[in-house]
Design a protein around this ligand. Structure first.
Ligand code: NDP
Ligand code: 8X3
Length: 251
């Protein structure tokens, strides 16, 4: 029987690639994002392969999330897999100069949005006796870098929230996985640099980054494993990315 997958941030990058991947495997899809034109076009395209419902949704809007879940059309009501993917980084300034508005937007989207979607969808999974929540964390959860400040903090929340959910859900046949990518070329850096494509391109210049289909492959794989296997946390980097020595300031 095909499963039903709810994907946040399905209008680009990982979310869009996950939609395509799950569609190839016949999943029923609910695609959510703010940009209506993008998700409608994707839903129209993928509806040739599978059953698709698209919703315009800002994950910062708590009541809109709950009303979206309550009012899903009948064939889409029983969500088996939630891909908590919507998220963003804004800016790379140090903690003494970064924009507080940007910080709030990252907290509201990456932490609160993920929390709201999870809380709205989880009771249905529990009552049906099964499900899988896949969260999109980041290498930034574990590894600090200059300018990562609040973005890394939001992904550290995702890491620990994912683990705590596993503790809460033990015995309920619900899996929780936290996929933590490193550098991946999507619209992520364009968003981080407020639409500055040259700055975004420079991030990936001269190296081979991960791609959105690479991440979709991993997200699909963790969900396709037999039900007794739970991938808790999966960190993945491009081969061309690694750590540096500690930075030392010398007088
Ligand atoms: P993209 O910018 O390509 O995609 C981000 C998606 O999130 C878009 O579909 C956007 O849709 C959606 N989104 C942003 N804000 C909101 C909101 N308030 N409500 C609903 N949807 C929202 O980036 P990626 O695909 O790369 O990023 C996806 C996730 O992966 C994010 O959580 C990101 O932090 C994480 N990540 C990315 C990495 C990378 O290097 N690319 C590495 C590690 C993690 P719309 O604007 O239409 O609402
Ligand atoms: C995105 C990866 O290294 O740009 O989460 O923070 S990084």
């Amino acid at each position: 029987m095909s499963n039903t997958v709810f994907i946040t941030g399905a209008s680009s990058g990982f979310g869009e690639a996950c939609a395509r991947k799950f569609a190839q495997h016949g999943s029923t899809l609910i695609l959510a994002a703010r940009r209506e034109d993008r998700i409608q076009a994707l839903a129209e395209e993928l509806s040739e392969q599978t059953r698709v419902h698209s919703v315009v949704l800002d994950v910062r809007d708590r009541s809109a999330i709950f009303s979206t879940i309550e009012n899903l059309p009948e064939p889409f009501k029983a969500i088996d897999i939630l891909v908590n993917n919507a998220g963003l980084a804004l800016g790379l300034q140090g903690a003494d100069a970064a924009s507080l508005d940007d910080w709030e937007t990252m907290v509201d989207t990456n932490i609160k949005g993920l929390m709201f979607c999870t809380r709205a969808i989880l009771p249905g999974m529990v009552s049906r006796g099964g499900g899988h929540v896949v969260n999109l964390g980041s290498v930034a959860a574990s590894w600090p870098y200059p300018g990562g400040n609040v973005y890394g903090g939001t992904k550290a929340f995702v890491q620990q929230f994912s683990r705590n959910m596993r503790a809460d859900l033990l015995g309920k046949r619900i899996r929780v996985s936290n996929v933590e990518p490193g550098m991946c070329e999507t619209e992520f850096s364009v968003v981080r640099f407020e639409g500055d494509q040259d700055k975004a391109d420079a991030v990936y210049a001269g190296m081979t980054p991960l791609t959105a289909p690479d991440i979709a492959e991993i997200v699909y794989w963790v969900t396709a494993l037999p039900a007794h296997i739970n991938v808790n946390q999966l960190e993945v980097m491009p081969t061309a990315q690694a750590w540096s020595p500690f930075a030392v300031h010398r007088e």
